[in-house]
Design a protein around this ligand. Structure first.
Ligand code: ATP
Ligand code: AH0
Length: 367
């Protein structure tokens, strides 16, 4: 049975809540509906940054010490507002939506310690929006010894199957952290995080010129990458590890940066993301025929240029060019995953998160 699902994603970039409608039975995408976005206010973003710092000391996924309780309330309210605005704008009644997929906000990801923490109160959200909510997508995978991320690969596969293109296809998602899905036409999915996405660059932009991100990569386009720094940084042992593997948003935050001008710093950190994505290529079974770039990084034209240089001769296109939505893809994915969760279909696989066998997951909160 086809379900009408709303997916909600608040990613590691801490920029806001993405919302998207999808009709799916959890295997096939029957239709993609409208999408929306509810940005975090400056003070919410600030609260989330503090929550991330506070979460570094967590040893249980349900503990909410200090500022985390307040941050969780803010995340829940922002998501409830996002759904209310989205349904009102698109004239969708709560009764017409079967399920909501609520990722929450990751504040800590330490799979080696069997810990991944997403804040957001699903029960309170379900009551506020009057729709059942599937949540805690990553918990079962991590408890079973998996990486708990990435989770969008099953959705990438469903989209790629409808393209009817020659494989292999690699989907690159450049959010706060970057991840890839390798799809070669058969059922085997390979996926992993590849390294930094926009988070290091965003943090650098914020610290140096007070801007949240490098719009269209314009600042990076004016700078020169620091080759010496890049050569060192790319020696980080994470890049040589074969998939599956995953990262916390702040795993690279402790890297000592150079004494760069804003433009050179932006160019260097953009190149760091593009080159670390290219480092995964020799670790995949075959070279990709086409590479589809999604996530906010697809809007960074300097990032796209660098990726094309790094990944040639593969054809590198943005998701939007294929009629997919770079902005809405993760929210759609969590709508799709909610439908899979409800139907007891696997969310993750040995070659996506390293679990021993395909894993189902997600809990349900009813209004
Ligand atoms: N017009 C733009 N030009 C350049 N960069 C952009 C633009 N729009 C968004 N971005 C970048 O994309 C980021 C947001 O990306 P996205 O929404 O994919 O992140 P996310 O949902 O937090 O992702 P994830 O959960 O995958 O880490 C912004 O923080 C910014 O760095
Ligand atoms: C733990 C966590 O929230 N990880 C995010 C993060 O942002 C990108 C990358 O790191 C990916 O592993 C994941 O998000 C996407 C949506 C995923 O699970 O596929």
């Amino acid at each position: 049975m086809m379900l009408t699902a709303i997916g909600l994603m608040s990613g590691t970039s801490l920029d806001g809540v993405d919302v998207a409608l999808i009709k799916t039975d959890g295997r096939r995408v029957a239709a993609l509906g409208p999408s929306g976005y509810r940005p975090y206010t400056e003070s919410e973003r600030d609260l989330l940054r503090q929550a991330l710092a506070e979460a570094a000391g967590l040893d249980r996924r349900d503990a909410r010490p200090g500022i985390l309780a307040e941050a969780e309330r803010a995340v829940t309210i922002a998501h409830a507002e996002a759904v209310a605005a989205f349904t009102a704008q698109n004239r969708i009644s709560a009764d017409a939506v079967d399920i909501v997929g609520f990722h929450g906000q990751t504040v800590l990801h330490r799979p080696a310690a069997k810990l991944t923490v997403q804040i957001g109160d699903a029960q309170a959200l379900a009551k506020a929006i009057h729709i059942p909510v599937v949540y805690d997508f990553r918990a079962a995978d991590v408890a079973a010894g998996g990486q708990g991320a990435p989770f969008v690969p099953v959705y990438h596969r469903a989209l790629a199957q409808s393209l009817g293109r020659d494989g292999p296809i690699v989907v690159v998602n450049i959010g706060g952290v970057s991840n890839i899905t390798f799809i070669d036409g058969n059922e085997t999915l390979i996926a992993c995080d590849t390294g930094p996405g926009n988070a290091l660059l965003d943090d650098f932009m914020f610290r140096t010129i007070g801007k949240p991100f490098d719009c269209e990569g314009r600042l990076a386009a004016q700078g020169v990458p620091d080759e010496g720094w890049l050569a060192d940084a790319l020696q980080h042992p994470f890049f040589a590890k074969p998939p599956p593997k995953s990262l916390d948003r702040n795993d690279f935050a402790a890297l000592a940066l150079g004494d760069w001008s804003p433009a050179d710093g932006a160019a260097t950190l953009t190149a760091f993301t593009a080159r670390s994505i290219a480092k995964i290529v020799p670790l995949l079974p075959n070279p990709a025929h086409s590479v589809v770039v999604t996530g906010g990084g697809a809007r960074n034209l300097t990032m796209m240029r660098m990726l094309r240089e790094q990944l040639a001769p593969a054809q590198v296109e943005s998701a939007d060019a294929l009629g997919w939505s770079a902005d809405a893809m993760e929210a759609q994915a969590f709508g799709f995953l909610a439908a899979r969760g409800l139907k007891g279909l696997p969310l993750s696989y040995p070659a996506t998160t390293g679990v021993a066998f395909p894993m189902t997951g997600g809990l349900i909160a009813r209004p």
